[in-house]
Design a protein around this ligand. Structure first.
Ligand code: NAD
Ligand code: UDX
Length: 478
């Protein structure tokens, strides 16, 4: 067996930060160093003011407060951290490629490759490399090739241990995981490496919740898990459209089918569409793999999950326009929520972005309130939509013109009531709990009539709002 006392994690993002904070908290005998090229991010992780950590996750600040400076360190000195560590986690981003071969589909592995080259260059003794990032199946093979062909002759064991945490519940998910997964090679040193990582997780996770598999199974399990989860959301969203035509109620259906233990009750909440940095990217990645291995039927099957999600976002925006007498030009639409789900400040792929973009194309004025998302982030998100529409051919003049347009049409508020003041319609895009507790009577007095609310998350009390006088439109209800 190999006892690990020094870990390095490359990538201090939504996965690297919380995962390493929890490992450090649970394993006081291990020195954990999280490194990143992004100096600002590292400075934020080291900020004395815990409210300014770069990532908002309930409970995270307490974990960081306990471990930071004791056995948890955040640094920009990547080389030193690699050199000292016996085990190196790679948690860098693996976004969808935006250029060249596999554009719009394949995972962009350039950051992974850079990590491998740097590890190879710096390592002077044997290392265990752990893939934490979500990767296409067989990436470990590419990693091995780079590590061994450019390294100093030291030995590398490569493990896959994908992360299943969800944002907003990251700390909870890490403390009590349904399972941790480790894929390793069926060789003597592969098994020693697997055991070394099992031993780390055993500090707080029961052995039966740690699954060990072959490397390829582990890599592909991650893409499969996300595809299944997203497919559930798309499936219930597909049914929501049928509910709206027929008078069935999608929440009642979720309850009825979820009671079947074979189906299960979780992840059946109909919504304006799933977002987040993972689902779409990972399914596209899966679709690309299927195409690559010449399995077009399999590729089409999974691609439909994304098409259904695009349809759901579009349907929501279109319903707002249709309900407001076929135009939102010059009308004030209040957005409650911008994050892709509650309890996170992450906006990547948030449905709100696409709904806002569609309304902006119809020249709406959008007034946004989100408890955790900054104004800068919202403008950056909307700008990116235009950039994608122009296929990245965005010269400075065009960019400035579009930014000016956004500045005219979009206002970000720090107070929900001012965001809703004199609005033609209110749209709920994120299921933040606080939205349920607003003084809706007061809001009713402040908005234009007919007072429309489009609840994209089905979180408000429809009956209560209708009694006040609102025209309430929910997902999957007539
Ligand atoms: P992120 O963008 O928040 O963080 C990645 C970090 O890696 C960035 O801070 C970036 O600066 C850094 N980085 C990139 N290249 C680097 C290099 N060569 N050296 C040092 N630092 C480098 O990404 P994330 O959300 O944490 O996701 C990371 C991976 O985990 C992705 O593969 C993602 O699919 C996967 N994942 C994410 C989640 C999630 O909920 N966000 C959940 C499970 C898995
Ligand atoms: C997801 C996976 O759940 C996690 O295991 C993986 O590691 C990363 O990707 P995340 O994207 O953080 O996590 O959040 P998740 O809770 O899965 O929600 C994804 C999106 O689906 C959100 O926009 C959410 O609002 C939406 N959703 C989820 C629904 O619309 N309905 C549901 O029933 C569940």
């Amino acid at each position: 067996t190999k006892k690990i006392t020094n870990i390095c994690c490359i990538g201090a993002g939504y996965v690297g930060g919380p995962t390493m904070a929890v490992i450090a908290q649970k394993c006081t005998h291990i020195k954990v160093t999280v490194v990143d090229l992004n100096k600002q991010r590292i400075a934020d992780w080291n900020d004395a003011d815990l409210d300014r950590l770069p990532i908002y996750e309930p409970g995270l600040a307490d974990v960081v407060a306990e471990a930071r400076g004791r056995n948890l360190f955040f640094s920009t000195d990547v080389d030193q951290a690699i050199a000292e560590a016996q085990m190196i986690f790679i948690s860098v981003n693996t976004p969808t490629k935006t250029y060249g071969v596999g554009k719009g589909m394949a995972a962009d592995l350039k950051y992974i490759e850079l990590c491998a080259r740097q590890i190879a260059k710096v390592s002077k003794d044997d290392k265990i490399i752990v893939e934490k990032s979500t990767l296409p199946v067989r990436t470990a093979e590419a990693l091995r090739t780079i590590l061994t062909s450019t390294g100093n002759g030291v030995k590398f064991d490569i493990l896959s241990s994908p992360e299943f945490l969800a944002e907003g519940t990251a700390v909870q998910d890490l403390m009590n995981p349904d399972r941790f997964l480790i894929g390793g090679e069926q060789t003597e040193s592969g098994e020693v490496a697997v055991q070394a990582l099992v031993d780390i997780y055993l500090n707080w996770v029961p052995r039966e919740n740690i699954i060990t598999t072959r490397v390829w199974s582990s890599e592909l399990s991650k893409l499969t898990a996300n595809a299944f989860l997203a497919q559930r959301v798309s499936s219930i969203n597909a049914i929501s459209a049928l509910c709206e035509k027929t008078g069935a109620d999608v929440d009642e259906i979720s309850r009825a089918i979820g009671a079947d233990s074979r189906i299960g009750a979780k992840f059946l909440k109909s919504s304006v569409g799933f977002g987040g940095s993972c689902f779409q990217k990972d399914i596209l990645n899966l679709v690309y793999l299927c195409q690559h291995f010449n399995l077009p039927e399999v590729a089409d099957y999974w691609e439909q999950v994304i098409k259904m999600n695009d349809y759901q976002k579009h349907r929501f925006a279109k319903n707002i326009i249709d309900s407001l007498f076929n135009t939102v030009s010059g009308k004030k639409i209040a957005f409650l929520g911008w994050a892709f789900k509650k309890d996170t400040n992450d906006t990547r792929e948030s449905a709100a972005i696409y709904v806002a973009d569609e309304l902006l194309q119809d020249r709406a004025e959008i007034h946004i309130y989100d408890p955790k998302v900054s104004k800068e982030q919202i403008f950056a998100d909307l700008c990116r939509c235009e950039e994608e529409r122009r296929d990245n051919l965005f010269d400075e003049v065009a960019k400035e013109t579009y930014c000016d347009f956004l500045k005219k049409q979009v206002v970000v508020h720090l107070d929900p009531y001012t965001a809703m003041q004199a609005a033609h319609a209110i749209a709920i895009l994120t299921e933040w709990d606080e939205f349920k507790t607003y003084d809706w009577k007061k809001v009713y007095g402040d908005v234009l009539k007919p007072a429309f609310i489009f609840d994209g998350r089905n979180i408000l009390d429809k009956k209560q709002l209708s009694d006040i006088g609102f025209e309430v439109e929910c997902i999957g209800k007539r």
